[in-house]
Design a protein around this ligand. Structure first.
Ligand SMILES: NC(=O)c1ccc[n+]([C@@H]2O[C@H](COP(=O)([O-])OP(=O)(O)OC[C@H]3O[C@@H](n4cnc5c(N)ncnc54)[C@H](O)[C@@H]3O)[C@@H](O)[C@H]2O)c1
Length: 330
């Protein structure tokens, strides 16, 4: 698909656009000629960072505000043709300690956006970013879109509820077109590096670069990691494809590996750091999903989509980015 001809001069809003995935998406959209607006509250429980969009900051409109503010979101959606709804909270662990916060940042954010679109933005296309956490405890790998929702934490429920609200609004108000990308663990440049509960790979990389100890909880669990450029590529695809409307898609690399192997590869590529295996803390064990590998055949079947970046290449690019931009993320 030639994204450039589709997105050139299109008016695109990214909620959560100062965050990890949103900022990478914003940079790509600017590069292919879209007219990009970001709305982001830089919530302290999330991974936003103004430096993320430094390279394109003069070409983007940034609204620093909470999308739960109805007046702000009403004005922000006006005239937008495509909305990537990425604002949200992703720490499974914090969702158990502060369930109201998680529910509010994931459900009331989306509800506020959808309501604004219902009133002010007929004909809009919304791409929502869901999560593999919506499947909860995994009973069968690879995981396809029909896997049952065995919720094991509040975050899985809040993300599923938000996704369902998107589809409900598109069913009741057909002028709102919706698709959902259920993402597995993503890694790459512009991810926050401090809070392990928002993603273990970036924290492993920080520890390895600093020649510290990477703590593995067990280490035999498998995960499917997806490089952020591939994730951005799927989001652009889903935003441009009418065939994607009303549907959800698992997004992953389709390749799984153990956490131990990911940690070893990071230490090897950084040429520093050491690994220590300890048993998983009880709080985390309770909400552990087991092993995960995404079945991405639906994306392949409908659109011929395949990820382009293998894990070694993606990690090299990521490590290189953080070595060059250390002071902005440490
Ligand atoms: N990163 C991953 O591995 C991953 C995996 C599965 C799903 N996802 C989903 O993708 C989306 C983006 O993830 P990310 O890794 O870029 O997260 P992130 O934390 O880096 O970015 C989220 C952004 O949303 C903003 N935000 C939160 N609440 C807001 C509000 N009320 N108003 C305005 N802005 C608000 C935050 O300030 C932050 O900048 C999330 O919805 C997440 O659930 C991410």
């Amino acid at each position: 698909m030639d994204f450039e001809s589709f997105y050139k001069d299109k008016r695109v809003l990214i909620t959560g656009g100062l965050g990890f995935i949103g900022s990478n998406l914003a940079i790509m959209l600017v590069n292919i000629g879209a007219d990009v607006t970001i709305i982001d509250s830089l919530d302290k429980n999330c991974g936003g960072n103004e430096y993320n969009i430094d390279s394109v900051k003069d070409k983007i409109k940034v609204i620093k505000a909470d999308i739960r503010d109805k007046d702000v979101i009403r004005d922000a959606v006006e005239g937008q043709q495509i909305i990537f709804n990425l604002a949200g909270h992703l720490s499974h662990k914090r969702s158990m300690k502060q369930p109201e916060l998680d529910m509010s940042l994931n459900i009331f954010t989306s509800l506020s956006l959808l309501d604004a679109c219902k009133k002010n933005r007929k004909g809009v296309k919304i791409v929502y970013t869901g999560t593999r956490g919506q499947y909860g405890k995994i009973i069968k790998n690879p995981v396809d879109e029909n896997h049952p929702h065995n919720f094991i934490d509040v975050n899985g429920i809040s993300k599923q509820t938000a996704e369902r609200l998107h589809f409900l609004y598109s069913e009741l108000y057909p002028q709102i077109r919706v698709t959902s990308a259920r993402l597995t663990n993503c890694y790459g440049p512009r991810h926050q590096m401090k809070d392990p509960s928002q993603g273990f790979i970036s924290v492993f990389i920080r520890k390895a670069i600093d020649n510290e100890t990477l703590e593995l909880w067990g280490g035999k669990q498998t995960r499917d990691l997806n490089f952020v450029n591939d994730v951005v590529n799927v989001l652009l695809l889903l935003g441009s494809e009418e065939k994607a409307n009303g549907q959800m898609f698992n997004v992953g690399s389709g390749v799984d590996n153990t956490l131990e192997n990911f940690a070893n590869l990071i230490v090897k590529l950084c040429r520093s750091g050491e690994i220590k295996s300890i048993s998983m803390p009880e709080d985390n064990a309770k909400i552990d999903i087991g092993n995960y590998k995404a079945d991405i055949s639906k994306l392949k079947r409908l659109f011929g989509w395949e990820p382009k970046t293998n894990i070694e290449e993606g990690l090299k690019k990521t490590i290189d980015f953080y070595k060059k931009n250390k002071e902005e993320y440490w």
